[in-house]
Design a protein around this ligand. Structure first.
Ligand code: FES
Length: 98
């Protein structure tokens, strides 16, 4: 199973496909999308993403600790997998979000 992911960035839309269980970040990089990242373990916040549409889940407990309010629709792309097609935008991390 795959999901189509659309990243809205700088007025443009970039599309890529995520395989089942593949993180959003890994799918973006495999699809040739220039997606910001650093640690890839959920620690730095560089890949912080707002999910505009679609369902997702975090692979590890770090997301529940950092984002206790799921309604914020914030996700770390390096730790997030799609449960449906997604539309995303990047978020500039701040001290309070990480
Ligand atoms: S790359 Fe560091 S939190 Fe995702």
């Amino acid at each position: 199973m795959t999901h189509r992911i659309t990243l809205r960035r700088d007025g443009a839309a970039f599309e890529f496909v995520a395989r089942h269980g593949q993180t959003v970040l890994d799918a973006a990089l495999a699809g040739g999308v220039d997606y910001p990242f650093n640690c890839r373990v959920g620690a730095c916040g560089t890949c912080l993403t707002e999910v505009l549409e679609g369902d997702f889940r975090c692979r590890v407990d770090v997301c529940a600790v950092q984002f206790p309010e799921p309604a914020q629709n914030l996700a770390l792309a390096c730790q997030t997998v799609a449960l449906s097609d997604l539309t995303l935008t990047l978020v500039t991390p701040t001290e309070s979000s990480i």
